[in-house]
Structures are given as C-alpha cells and as structure tokens.
Design a binder for this molecule. Structure first.
Ligand code: ADE
Ligand code: ZN
Length: 334
C-alpha cells in the first residue's frame, strides 16, 4: 500500500512554536520592531544553520527570538505554523512554548500567551486543526525561575494543558525540577519532558519516576538500556521522536542510522514529529517522508505512527476514535 505522508492524518506532539520561526519572518519581524540581528540578510542567517550539537542550535534559536516583541508577532508566528501544518496533514497539534526565553528579554507572560491564544482560537475554524499548549521550563535555568514562571501561568491554567522541560539537556537532569513538576501536577497540569535526546537513559528513568511524565520527548537514547526498553514497551509510554532534528543536531550521523525502526520493532509507542522545523529542514510530513526513505518504513509503519500520534495525544477518547477511523479510511480500498 502506498501512503502519501502529506495527506495521512496526524497529530503533532513535539513542536516548539519558536522553532517554526522561518528566516524570512525573522527578518520581517526584526525590521518592523527595530531589532538589529547579527546577520545582514536571510542568506547569511541560513548559512549559520550548520549545527554540531544541541547547544550550537540553541544559541541561534534563542538569538532569533530577539525579533519576537509583540502579541501580534506571536499570533502571526502561530498562524504561519498552522498554515504549514494544515498542508502537512496535521489535524491536532500540541504546541510547546518557552516563556522564560521571552521573560528574560523583558516581555510579559501575557504578551506571549495572548498572542499564541489569539491564533489558536482561529485554528479549528480556519485550518481544521485542534490545538493544545504545553509550557516548557528551560532546564539550563535554575528551578526557582521555573517556579516563578509556573506562578505566572496559573491565571492561564485554562489555556495550558501541561508543562514540559527543554533546552540544554546534558548536566541538567530531570531531578533538578522535581519540586516544580510536583507543584504543576498539583495545579492540574499534565507533564512531559525532553529526555534521552543527548542525555543518558538515566534521565529518561528520572523523567518517568520523578516527573511522572505522560510522554517522553525524544527518548532515542533509551535504546542503550535494555531494562528501560522493556519498561517502555510494557507501559506504552509514548516517545515523541524527531528524526530530522536528530540528524541535524548530530544525535545520529545519517537517517539510515536512526533508531526509530528498532524502537518500533522493540514494541515502543513512537510518534514522528518536527521539533523545530524552520531550523531542521522539514515539517512533520517531511519527517514521515525522511524515515520512509531513510529507514525503508512500509505503508503499515507510517499508518502505525499516525495512529500512535492520536492515541498518544491529550485529546478525548471520542476524538481519538474519530481520527483513527479517518486513518483506516486512508487504507481502505477505493
Ligand atoms: N528547544 C527547542 N528545541 C529543542 C530540542 N530539540 N531539545 C531541547 N530543547 C529544545
Ligand atoms: Zn524539542
């Protein structure tokens, strides 16, 4: 069966809204906000997209955020993502944002959330995409900063479904954030965390046991620990895998070396996602195409990944069934 990755209905569960900031839009917003960038033009900026590891990417990712200043910027950024996501077959998106990266530049929490929220309220009507927001804490900042950010988010509890953990992983284990995650869960937030991207399997164990995450973001290094693989297979805790990101950030050398296929064969609940598509050369359907080609995944494999994206999402059971039926329709003979 041939499956077209672009028309396959899917949920995107690992997407940083700031990672959808395309070079042309960075310059457009910088100009209208009178922000001076370190690069003279789009071509020079793109020339810098040659990453050697996670930190080399994060340096550029945070620098580009200087161009985001107003509610309108966050709304337009999100609308542009939703437009592209629609063209990639996305029906539901659970979107990360990094408030601390904006607060430290002098923006208010309300500027960020109001801009994002204005776009998300238009999403289902204009793009046919339902959405949820996940607020990530920056793990290279102290836990006290995460705690203050959580306090700022409490008045917006109705707009934010969960909290996550991102930024520089090595040296910043999940254990550092146990108290703030405890408090977030007590306030009713679901939890997820980046773990096992560059960090060791021990960080995945900590995310599960200390932060009590519903999903692990990336988790590819789990494959180095047979006991962890067994545990993840038994519990079916989903892993939001980002193949193009892993190649571009040198977690793996080539797509052919990516562990996704082995993870699926080991019985893990994997999903495919785009992470920071403006930086890594493709949106979510492009990630499906890349693993289809690089790992020789079959049509059935792609359908399984699409099914997993909905069953792993935070939508209700009725909506999950609706999307699973839609996927079955793709497979049905015409
Ligand atoms: N922030 C944005 N993208 C990220 C990634 N791939 N890992 C950690 N933090 C991030
Ligand atoms: Zn990520």
């Amino acid at each position: 069966m041939t499956i077209d990755p672009r028309t396959l209905p899917k949920a995107e569960l690992h997407i940083h809204i700031e990672g959808t900031f395309e070079p042309a839009q960075i310059f457009q917003f910088a100009q209208r906000n009178n922000v001076k960038l370190a690069y003279p033009n789009v071509a020079a900026l793109e020339e810098a997209y040659k990453f050697t590891d996670l930190q080399s990417f994060l340096n550029l990712y945070y620098a580009a955020m200087a161009a985001l200043r107003t509610e309108r910027d966050f709304e337009e950024l999100t609308i542009a993502y939703l437009q592209r996501a629609k063209a990639q077959g996305v029906r539901h998106a659970e979107i990360f944002f990094d408030p601390q990266a904006h607060l430290e530049r002098g923006l208010s929490f309300d500027t960020v959330i109001n801009g994002l929220w204005a776009a998300l309220q238009r999403s289902s009507g204009e793009f046919g995409i339902t959405t949820a927001l996940i607020m990530c804490f920056l793990r290279d900042q102290p836990e006290s900063s995460a705690m203050q950010t959580l306090e700022l988010a409490l008045p917006h509890r109705d707009k934010i479904i969960g909290v996550g953990l991102d930024s520089a992983e090595l040296g910043n284990p999940p254990s550092k954030f146990q108290a703030v995650f405890d408090r977030a869960r007590a306030a009713g937030f679901l939890t997820v965390a980046h773990a096992g991207e560059e960090g060791p399997p021990e960080y995945v164990w900590q995310a599960l046991e200390l932060l009590k995450v519903s999903r692990v973001d990336h988790g590819v290094r789990s494959m180095e620990d047979p006991l962890l693989v067994k545990h993840l297979a038994q519990t079916q805790i989903p892993l939001t895998v980002c193949p193009l990101s892993n190649v571009r950030l040198r977690v793996v050398d080539r797509m052919a070396d990516h562990p996704l296929k082995r993870m699926m064969e080991a019985g893990l609940c994997c999903t495919v996602n785009s992470d920071d598509p403006a930086y890594f050369g493709g949106y979510v359907a492009d990630n499906f195409s890349a693993v289809q080609q690089g790992l020789q995944l079959t049509g059935d494999d792609l359908m399984q990944l699409a099914r997993n994206s909905f069953t792993s999402s935070f939508i209700d059971d009725l909506s999950k069934q609706h999307y699973l039926d839609e996927i079955d329709g793709v497979a049905a003979p015409t």
